[in-house]
Structure formats: C-alpha cells, structure tokens
Design a protein around this ligand. Structure first.
Ligand code: AMP
Ligand code: MG
Length: 393
C-alpha cells in the first residue's frame, strides 16, 4: 500500500469519523466534555441594577449635602422606598439599587452628619452600579454547541441555570497491545521481555481527553488470537486502538486480521517520523487504528491522529495549538523524506531545545519534553534563532 502524507492521513481520518450521539449529564459532570447544544441565558446579567459597594445609594446631585438614611438594603432584599432629594439608603454589595438613586457612595467616604444623617466626604466618586443586563441579555448565546467545557464554563452554566447540559457521548476506546515480549507493569520482565508501556500510556491519553478507555490486555503474536481480539472489540467499541504488529515482520499479524474482519483499510503507511507504519481502517460501525509498537511513535501518533478522530466523534473541531518560536541551537538530520516530530524542551527564554533523544523506543525523552517540534519534508537543518513550529503538550 502507498505511503501517504500526514495531511492526507489526517483528512481521511476526519472524513470517516462519525459523531456518536449525545446525552444529558449533571452540570459538573460536563467538565472536559463537548457541549452538544447552545447554552442560552434565561436571565439578564446582572438581573437588576446592583450595588458594587457597601455604602449609601443616593442622588449625585446630593453629594454636597447631608442626607437622611431612610432604610437599609441587604443583598437579596427588595428596596421598600424610593430615594428622593436629600435622602439615601444604606446598601450592601450585591443589593438592588433603589429607584431614585443614581450613585452609590462608599461607606469609607462618608461621615455621620447628625441624627440618621450622613455626608459624602470624598472629592469624587464613580457610580458604583452594575447595570441590569450590562453583561448578558436574556436570549444571548453564552456557550456554543461543539465547544470543549472547562471550569470557567461551569460558572456560566450555573448562572444560566443549565443544570443538565447536553454533551456528546464519550467514545469507548478498546486498547490492545500485541507482542510476545510484553509483560505488565507489575511483573518483572524475564530475559528478552519488556514491560508494556504503550497500553498504559494510551489509556492515560484517552482518559485525559475525556473518552473512556477499555483495556483488553496483551495479545500474543498469533494470527488467531489477533483476529479474535479485533473482532470482539470492533463489536463493542467506537474505536479499537492497537499497538505493535502492524509492520511487515513475520510476526506482524495485525494487517491480515483486518482483512479477515472485513475492515476496510484506508491507509497503512504515513510519511511521518516516528511512526511510519500507522494503520487506519473502518467498518460500518466502528474503526481501528494500529499504532507502531515503539512507545514514542505510539504517543506521538495518538496526538497526531487519534486525538482529532476522537474529538471529531464528539463533534469538536480540534485544532492543536502550534507556536512559532526560535531554535535554541542548531539541528541537523540526514534524511528529510518524512515530516518529523521531535520531543523538545522550551527554555525559560521561550526557545526550542531538542532533548537528548535516541529514537522511538526512548520514551523517557518524551517525559522530559514540553512540546513536539515539527520538521518539514525537505528540511535537513534548522539554524539557531530560526523560527520553528512547535506543538506544546
Ligand atoms: P512492533 O511494532 O510490534 O514491531 O514493535 C516495535 C518495538 O516496540 C519493539 O521493540 C517492541 O518490543 C516495542 N513494543 C511493542 N509493543 C510495546 C508495548 N506495548 N510497550 C512497549 N514497547 C513495545
Ligand atoms: Mg511486535
């Protein structure tokens, strides 16, 4: 099968992603999920002219005069009296400004002026009133369908009474790692074995973006087991994520298992480094991504391909942040036939510094990096101070 470009692979993935429905959840449970409806304000905000200070509500034209205090208005109470000339009402922050008053003077800028009277002692004052509907009007769209919900959005939902927002269903992602050499993290690898880090890394990546990982364990490098595992997971997951076994080695059974499971393979090789062997296939109900066995490739290709796919399934148009920053030192490479993503640090001066990196098995390099540096096809070297594109994690 042909090797395709990064952009083409991404386009194929996005085009074949299907949205998977929505559900109502408790407001707080919508955190980190994708909103599936607009949130519209059922109120003006503020809902009434509101005092921004503890002080006295009065008429600006009375600032030079002693004023009679006619009532006290705590927050949450409706004023009983209109403020007329020579009068004021003691008022608390957040309370309704009474009719007739156009200004609230701070308590710190007043003094007693005889029985039940006060006087303004300042030289000037602001109005200190937050006006009805100055922030939001009834019917304003406050949050939009398709946006990712963060903590600041929860306050908006609370204020607008969106107690049970409609959010996208979280894709269920089956995770499988192939390899006879793999043992689980709690085990000590015998000679020739290594610990399975990919599955755990992928579960963390899936969970961090608000989807549901289902760990299905290690599958041996055997055709029958691989076929059966894929068949089982395709039937019950929105996406099956596999690592390892997708190259051309004698023990790489994943590509054949696609055919026997009637998965239409849309690509199998992408011109990226690391992670050239990356497989994407679809059935009428689900899809499969096969990631390379090396943990750095698996990590990076999740970021590049799996994240946009899962977000699209949830109705979110994901655009990763890319920054343009200067290189901290020179970088060279011998081959430039693939788009390369390198783990890099970002220095305190905001410069891009490649970390020590021994290749795609070197997962420690990713753990100490802050971003991925994008090195374009045809680029053999990057000069110190040259502006480059990086994607922060
Ligand atoms: P493969 O893609 O199966 O040929 O594997 C490529 C390399 O990645 C080999 O060195 C594997 O041992 C290693 N590898 C495969 N699967 C995992 C895994 N789940 N965790 C860590 N390393 C792995
Ligand atoms: Mg393998």
């Amino acid at each position: 099968m042909l090797m395709i470009s990064f952009e083409k692979a991404l386009e194929i993935i996005i085009d074949s992603a299907r949205t998977i429905g929505s559900e109502r959840v408790a407001m707080l449970d919508s955190l980190n999920r994708i909103l599936a409806e607009d949130v519209i304000s059922d109120l003006d905000m503020p809902p009434f002219n509101k005092s921004a200070m503890d002080g006295f509500a009065c008429r600006r034209s009375d600032l030079g005069n002693a004023m009679k205090v006619i009532e006290t208005i705590p927050a949450g109470k409706v004023p009983q009296f209109r403020v007329s000339e020579g009068e004021c009402s003691r008022i608390m922050t957040g309370a309704m400004v009474p009719d007739g008053a156009d200004t609230v003077i701070m308590v710190e800028q007043t003094e007693l002026a005889g029985d039940e009277k006060i006087r303004f002692t300042g030289s000037k004052t602001q109005t200190n009133i937050a006006y009805k509907a100055e922030d939001v009007k009834v019917g304003d769209v406050l949050l939009h369908k398709g946006q990712l919900i963060s903590s600041s959005h929860i306050a908006i939902m609370a204020a607008a009474g969106a107690n049970n927002p409609l959010v996208s269903v979280q894709p269920k992602v089956a995770i499988l790692s192939t390899g006879d050499e793999l043992v689980e993290p709690h085990q000590k690898p015998a000679t020739g074995q290594i610990r399975n880090s990919n599955s755990w890394q992928l579960m963390a990546q899936v969970r961090a973006m608000g989807c549901i990982p289902h760990y299905m364990g290690i599958i041996p490098d055997a055709e029958k087991e691989t076929e059966e595992a894929i068949a089982r997971e395709l039937a019950q997951s929105h996406l099956v994520l596999l690592t390892g076994g997708i190259s051309m080695g004698e023990y790489d059974f994943v590509p054949n298992s696609m055919r026997s499971n009637k998965v239409e393979v849309l690509f199998q090789k992408v011109a990226v480094k690391p992670g050239r062997p990356t497989l994407f296939g679809v059935t009428d109900k689900s899809c499969v991504i096969g990631l390379p066995g090396n943990p750095v490739s698996s990590f990076i290709n999740f970021e590049l391909f799996v994240k946009p796919l899962l977000f699209k399934m949830m109705g979110y148009h994901y655009k990763p942040v890319e920054l343009s920053l200067p290189m901290a030192e020179n970088f060279t490479r011998k081959k430039a036939d693939r788009l390369e993503w390198l783990p890099v640090d970002i220095t305190t001066e905001g410069k891009v510094l490649p970390v020590t990196y021994h290749g795609s098995a070197h997962i420690y390099a990713v753990s100490i990096s802050k971003a991925l540096l994008r090195v374009e096809i045809g680029t053999f070297e990057l000069q110190k101070e040259e502006l480059v594109n990086v994607r922060p994690f």
